[in-house]
Design a binder for this molecule. Structure first.
Ligand SMILES: NC(=O)c1ccc[n+]([C@@H]2O[C@H](COP(=O)([O-])OP(=O)(O)OC[C@H]3O[C@@H](n4cnc5c(N)ncnc54)[C@H](O)[C@@H]3O)[C@@H](O)[C@H]2O)c1
Length: 259
């Protein structure tokens, strides 16, 4: 299967760091022309310079309607209409539901959910000009299963999953596919110094993942290789959402002891 983005224009939001940066790098390696949108101008510019002539950076706060208008104008003037949008920008936040402030609730919903809605809406016109396209919304394993101590984040990521399905149905007539990706624990600045052991014994693959392991799924969905795939959800979580968080290693040992 040859995945190639030659002559395709790709937008990656939150592209300055973490998974977004890994996706951007992978798209450029596969011949794509990438525009990174992020609130972190310094990191975004540094990465775009490093990626060379097929990359650009433009300031984008995904929760700001006006930013989206100027971002799309810039992107089309530099590279032309877009074929791929990766709605990756997001913030993590959590805490006890009982003491969660309305401000914290709204901040997470505004960036993670409103940002995804505004991105989809901004991309439609451009993708129509390109003759179709693919939108990949980055949700989370927390968009597939309930996760305690993160009501705001979990609600935002479940909503992104629902929005994906509606968008897929509505945009199919324009040749635009829309899917969601649900990462588990991925080693990025978002999870900071979370220790590896937080997942050990809880998920089938028993480790965290590197951002590039998510890029592989994102690039597949963005590519023509996924031509019959829309409205679907793809977990890249080492099996986290596949089952209950029992200690898999411990249970294995118990069965082995019995046999
Ligand atoms: N790291 C994980 O374990 C994990 C797990 C599941 C889902 N996710 C999701 O993956 C996506 C990427 O996360 P990451 O781990 O790479 O995080 P990260 O913090 O490394 O990167 C997020 C990027 O988004 C940017 N950003 C934040 N607010 C923004 C805004 N309003 N507008 C534009 N850009 C903004 C940040 O500047 C940063 O560059 C997020 O949507 C996150 O919720 C992450």
């Amino acid at each position: 299967m040859d995945i190639n983005f030659t002559d395709k224009v790709i937008v990656v939001t939150g592209g300055a760091s973490g998974m977004g940066a890994a996706h951007a790098r992978a798209f450029v390696e596969k011949g794509g022309r990438v525009v990174l949108g992020d609130v972190n101008d310094e990191l975004g510019k540094t990465l775009s310079d490093e990626l060379g002539e097929n990359a650009r950076f433009h300031h984008l706060d995904v929760s700001d309607e006006d930013d989206w208008a100027s971002f799309m104008e810039y992107t089309e003037s530099e590279f032309g209409p877009i074929s791929v949008l990766i709605n990756n920008a997001g913030i993590g936040a959590g805490g006890l539901l009982e003491s969660m402030t309305l401000e914290s609730w709204r901040r997470v919903l505004t960036i993670n959910l409103d940002g995804t809605f505004l991105g989809i809406r901004a991309a439609i016109g451009s993708m129509k000009k390109a003759g179709g396209g693919s939108i990949v919304n980055i949700s989370s394993f927390a968009g597939l299963i309930g996760t305690p101590f993160s009501a705001n984040y979990t609600a935002s990521k479940f909503a992104v999953r629902g929005l994906t399905k509606t968008a897929a149905m509505e945009l199919a007539p324009y040749g635009i596919r829309v899917n969601s990706v649900h990462p588990g624990y991925i080693r990025t600045p978002m999870i900071k110094d979370t220790a590896d052991d937080v997942v050990i014994g809880k998920i089938a693959l028993n480790r965290m993942a590197e951002p590039e392991e998510v890029s592989n799924t994102v690039l597949f969905l963005a590519s023509d290789a996924a031509s019959y795939t829309t409205g679907s959800e793809f977990a890249v979580d080492g099996g986290w959402s596949a089952g209950s968080p029992v200690s898999i290693g411990e249970t294995h040992r118990q069965f082995e002891d019995r046999s």
